[in-house]
Write a protein that binds this ligand. Structure first.
Ligand code: ADP
Length: 451
């Protein structure tokens, strides 16, 4: 097992990884940008190194500074968390060059699955169903027209290097196509330095259902069931639950097997996620693989009792997976709300600043993953998440009641948060019936959005 791990991240995920390390008896090194000096992850780690100025480009994305900090502190491994360098194949490769274990899959696999066009090709060959779409890259407007005529509208134009909903555009008809194409290409170029795009049929009112994968370096690969991440705003997740109210045992088995097959095709190890869209008729289609720990991993931990971050670390240390597929049992229901410093009454505009009073909910079945505290300042340089509120109940109804109670207890003063919005979602009759899909917020909560 490793003696010392560096966490190349900040905020709640850095804290989450430090907790896992402590339970495994591993020493930790935090990295921080100048304004993060008093952060919780810095206080909790055994050692801490300043890696640069506020701007992420100069600190949390500053590869030379992070690598030299890792060498100076003599760490055995680096955990990248999510975001920042978590899916940066160059960084993963450089860690290995410097004899530091990257806690994640191989650099080649990050590269491969990070290119959605290549990932689609790979899993298609393994027999995984894809959203019908273009074969590979769409180079020109003429080619796009041809694909669109064959496939029909509406359709999605997506960036090969896409992530965080960037470089994605909907075209309802032929008139939209040219603009959507140009916009997607421009946005992709600006965000990822890569303007390759592809096209997919638009799936009407789908569910976003993803499978958590765990694999070791010895070829063992299992899934930990599904998460339903259909509650989204502008294609970005807001609330996640596990299991999915849309699932039955037969579909879970089938989708789980397909997810494992997709991961196997990539020779995947570590924790990863296979994402699917599922239509009204329960047809499911692969959309992408995320080669890192995900924000919403706690809902899976709550219903399986498996600590995914600890497993990820053990796998990186070369250990064999001790959990077999048949050992994975789903117990009860978990829901996660992402509590962001955003103003839902003003189009979710960021609301950074210093928190005043901060009182977290507690009691049975409540978990908070956060790096915030009283007087903590939400910095404008990074994402606006204050923390994640996760609840567990014996069934969906109990989880919903518990989430409502916990959201009401959660007091965060002086900054606007998404708590009032989550309360409205939880109170929505369609949500309570489990009738959710990716455009639920647009369709069922539009008057809340406009207020
Ligand atoms: P990103 O990596 O940018 O998050 P994804 O491919 O994971 O992009 O898609 C994010 C979300 O966008 C999905 O969960 C879904 O809500 C929506 N989406 C993506 N592709 C389609 C599609 N073909 N049809 C309908 N919705 C889609």
């Amino acid at each position: 097992m490793f003696d010392k791990i560096m966490i190349a991240n900040r905020g709640e995920i850095a804290v989450r990884v430090i907790r896992a390390c402590k339970e495994l008896g591993i020493k930790t090194v935090a990295v921080y940008s100048k304004p993060d000096i008093n952060s919780l992850h810095v206080q909790m780690a055994d050692e801490a190194v300043c890696i640069g100025e506020a701007s992420a480009r100069l600190s949390y994305l500053n590869i030379p500074n992070i690598i030299s900090a890792a060498k100076n502190q003599r760490v055995d491994a680096v955990h990248p968390g999510y975001g920042f360098l978590a899916e940066n194949a160059y960084f993963a490769d450089l860690c290995e060059t410097y004899n530091i274990k990257f806690i994640g899959p191989k650099a080649e696999v990050i590269q491969l699955m990070g290119d959605k066009i290549k990932a689609r090709e790979l899993v298609k060959q393994a027999g995984v169903p894809l959203v019908p779409g273009s074969e590979g890259n769409v180079n020109s407007y003429e080619q796009a027209l041809e694909v669109a005529r064959e496939m029909g509208y509406p359709l999605m134009i997506k960036a090969a290097a896409g992530g965080g909903g960037k470089g994605m555009r909907l075209a309802q008809n032929e008139t939209d196509l040219k603009d959507a194409l140009d916009m997607a290409r421009m946005e992709a170029k600006a965000a990822f330095g890569n303007d390759e795009i592809y096209m997919e049929k638009y799936i009407e009112e789908p569910r976003h259902i993803e499978f958590q994968i765990l694999g070791d370096e010895h070829g063992n690969l299992i899934h930990l069931g599904e998460r339903d991440c259909s509650l989204q705003r502008r294609n970005q997740k807001l609330l996640e639950e596990a299991p999915s109210s849309f699932m039955n045992e037969e579909l879970r088995k089938k989708m789980g097997q397909v997810a494992v097959k997709a991961a196997r095709a990539a020779k995947y190890y570590s924790a990863g996620t296979i994402e699917f869209l599922v239509d009204k008729h329960k047809n499911f289609y692969f959309i992408e693989m995320n080669t890192r720990i995900q924000v919403e991993h706690p809902v899976t931990e709550m219903i399986t009792g498996i600590d995914i971050v600890k497993e990820q670390i053990k796998i990186a240390a070369g250990e064999k997976l001790t959990i077999k597929q048949e050992d994975v049992k789903i117990n009860g229901w978990a829901i996660e709300c992402r509590i962001n410093a955003e103003n839902p009454d003003n189009d979710f505009s960021p609301s950074p600043g210093q928190i005043g009073r901060y009182i977290i909910p507690g009691g049975p079945g409540v978990r908070i993953d956060s790096a915030a505290c009283e007087n903590y300042t939400i910095l404008p340089y990074y994402d606006s998440m204050i923390g994640k509120l996760i609840v567990w109940g014996r069934n969906r109804q109990e989880a919903i009641c518990r989430m409502k109670r916990a959201l009401q207890e959660f007091t965060i003063e002086n900054v606007a948060t998404t708590i009032p919005f989550h309360l409205k979602v939880i109170d929505n009759a369609f949500f309570q019936k489990g009738e959710i899909y990716t455009n639920f917020i647009q369709r069922r909560m539009s008057d809340n959005n406009n207020r």
